[in-house]
Design a protein around this ligand. Sequence first.
Ligand SMILES: C=C(O[C@H]1C=CC=C(C(=O)O)[C@@H]1O)C(=O)O
Length: 425
Amino acid sequence: MNAVVCPSKLFVRTVPLRGHAGSLVRRLPAGTPLAWLNGDDGLVGWGRAAQWTPAAEPEGTAPTDTTRFTEAARWLNGLLERTEVEDEVRLPGTGMLSFGTFTFSPTSAGSTILVPRVVLGRRGDRAWLTTITEEPGAHPDELLYPTPAPRPIGPLSWRTGARTSAEWGRVVAATIARIRDGELDKAVLARDLIAEADSPIDVRTLLGRLNERYPGCLTFSVAGMVGATPELLLRREGTDLTSLVLAGTRPRGATTEEDRRLSEELMSSAKDVEEHGLAVDSLRDALAPLAEELVVPAWPHLLQLANVQHLATRAHARLRPGVSALDAVAALHPTAAVGGTPTATAMRLIDASEGMDRGGYAGPVGWVDGAGNSEWGIALRSAYVDGSTIRLFAGGGIVSGSEPESEIAETESKFRAVREALIDR
Ligand SMILES: C=C(O[C@H]1C=CC=C(C(=O)O)[C@@H]1O)C(=O)O
């Protein structure tokens, strides 16, 4: 059964805000904030005007099933038909706005689309406020909530998730053997770590730290999924679509010298170039039928973050008329940056080997506005926050040239993003 909060009518009003509006995170009330931040730009929201939560598909459903995306699009279109919009700003992210998180696998629970009551947004020097109510001209009560400063996280106790690193290393070794046997070309395997705080974790504290340390990433919070992902599944503005594919990783060096050595090693590594190429191929194959024009650079570039560096490819497409952002999400997820090649074989291997439910990790997370503009990231460098418990996820692409020890080290580097953001200094 789908769980739905769906008013018969919604009134949406966007007004410009004078000045810069300050830090978006600082405006968020405590609780379960909605956020999508890219440096100083972004969208934050709170309150709930409408929500759609699909039931998990039954066990045995094809791992590539896209029902949750098509049903989400149908629900949103129905809601839009019953919405009156007054938009004085008219930019991507103004007017009607929904945040969403989709699970990696169709058989996991946790996908949801949420329409907040209040949205604050900023793009360059423009800032705006959107209110979404059931009465025309009404102000949502949520506007009046006081916003106490974000709380520190406090001491944490850590425990292993589904597998210890040694156990996970053995799963990686078995996967490498299957790849060498020719069963598949690539699988992205992940593991989890769990931390327990003394009191409920203030998501705003995490958001503020992640946004500060990873200004080039997309810092998000939707229905418990929180993180700072470097990987843009897609940005749709009008018919233009952009995607940033990442695969192939090294840690950052402690010195300039070591950093340069690691980046040169990454750029010339046959194993990483193959791992990256498979992710790019999966994007190209999924996007081509939806696009009138598709430009994918022949060679990756280097993307350096505070904790790791990646091989990166930015693809641009002009979408065919009528192709929505959620159509593109359904076609692209999961790319071989988080699933593998061939997709269905890799998804089955992931399900059978990881010993855990990924939930929203490695699934699409983002927003869509009433005009169809949209941004979806892949929920990496992320965690699921449930009260005082936080579950961190990290994974890596496994190909025939992979080694278990370096894959374990890679997941440790990737965990650092959320792990360090949990530490009060
Ligand atoms: C699966 C993750 O990263 C993906 C994205 C970039 C680089 C990756 C890699 O080098 O393995 C992964 O494909 C993760 O961060 O948990």
